[in-house]
Design a protein around this ligand. Structure first.
Ligand code: SF4
Length: 374
């Protein structure tokens, strides 16, 4: 019962079934990206992928057989998950997927639209045949790759079953895209995003807050808002930069060449980005490294309210902002409103005062806390 699995997926696809269509990233040069470093890109044949899909379908049948044996009928319950875990843990991914409804599939890895459209369509058709209950199939893709595709090719894969494309836009500022070796420019980002939409696919664009560092934060915010406004994607997903171990960006940070922003500067940048956006997208902040998780909503209706949330944070006295940052990074707070829980507030305040009394470097402490999540 073997099938390949890639290393990553978007948080929004945590409950999806993963089917590996290509291996790693064909570009693999972005300075900040640790996902596929040291791993070589390779294509998979349609036959190879179909074998994986067949193995996953057999796994599905086995999990359902466990459920029947346990008297759970067609429903995959926690009891079934526990039985699978004890007896055939290699089926757990499929069991977990079925437990969550068995409706979504995410195609791994980093840039599957690099595959010839006819081949990808054959894979998608096969997924639909083997898993008729699937309602949504999504994939990562690079803007550069999509900009070279014809809309008719994207339509072909959409008709075969692809629903959504996740693109790492990161920034709309050309000098920053060049510095970070993203391998794409703002015009190509726009071209790719518009093609995805024209083909009738749903589009998620990922933005990396903090990517401009101290030098380019302002241009990063303004140009990213300009590019996103031109694309007007269905979803804008916020991420926050960390210089992860083993990345070229971390070397630049250690060498003092790239200066990271602290949390408050990132929030300032986020405000500028949000204030300049002219889009009807749904803004999502679904990553643990984002400071303000509540910056999420429909821009057409809630943009002003989201700006007010940011202003409420920036308007707090310094000590309260530090309290929130410590609580958030320690996992004691999720939202700003959690500070109203007096017991939790006092708990965080005790930690803050102790850190201060010990002469602890706050940024260093918060950085260590952030790293627990990556
Ligand atoms: S294109 Fe995406 S997956 Fe590839 S190196 Fe850049 S950020 Fe990483």
């Amino acid at each position: 019962m073997t099938f390949e699995q890639g290393p990553i997926r978007p948080p929004s696809e945590a409950e999806s079934l993963f089917i590996r269509v290509t291996r790693n990233c064909p570009w693999n040069k972005c300075l900040f990206c640790p996902s596929y470093k040291g791993k070589k890109f390779s294509r998979r044949t349609v036959e190879e992928i179909k074998k994986d899909i067949e193995a996953l379908a057999r796994a599905q049948a086995k999990v359902k057989a466990y459920a029947r044996e346990l008297g759970e009928g067609l429903k995959i319950t926690r009891k079934t998950l526990q039985a699978v875990y004890r007896r055939e843990p290699e089926l757990l991914q499929v069991a977990y997927w079925l437990y969550h409804g068995g409706k979504n599939v995410f195609l791994q890895d980093g840039d599957n639209l690099i595959m010839p459209a006819e081949q990808l369509a054959a894979v998608l058709t096969f997924i639909k045949e083997q898993f008729p209950t699937v309602e949504r199939i999504t994939t990562y893709a690079r803007s550069k790759t999509v900009s070279r595709r014809r809309v008719s090719e994207l339509q072909l894969v959409r008709e075969a079953g692809l629903n959504r494309v996740h693109i790492g836009l990161e920034s709309g500022h050309d000098p920053l895209l060049a510095y970070m070796q993203k391998g794409v420019n703002a015009a190509e980002h726009v071209e790719a995003g518009l093609k995805v939409k024209e083909a009738g696919l749903s589009l998620s664009e990922y933005v990396l807050l903090g990517l401009g560092g101290r030098k380019m934060w302002l241009e990063h915010a303004v140009d990213t808002a300009r590019v996103l406004s031109a694309i007007d994607p269905h979803f804008i997903r916020i991420r926050t930069l960390t210089a992860r171990g083993g990345t070229p960006l971390q070397e630049k940070v250690l060498a003092g060449e790239f200066k990271l922003l602290d949390d408050d500067s990132v929030v300032n940048e986020e405000r500028l980005l949000l204030a300049n956006l002219q889009a009807g997208s749904y803004l999502v902040s679904d990553h643990i490294l984002n400071l303000l998780e509540e910056i999420e909503g429909d821009l057409a209706r809630e943009q002003q309210a989201l700006l007010e949330v940011i202003d409420s944070y920036l308007g707090m006295p310094l000590e309260r902002r530090i309290n929130f940052r410590i609580g958030r990074r320690l996992g004691l707070y999720r939202y700003l409103r959690d500070m109203q829980d007096l017991q939790r507030f006092a708990q965080v305040e005790t930690i803050r005062v102790q850190l201060e009394a010990a002469g602890q470097d706050l940024e260093e402490f918060l950085d260590q806390c952030r790293r627990r999540y990556i």
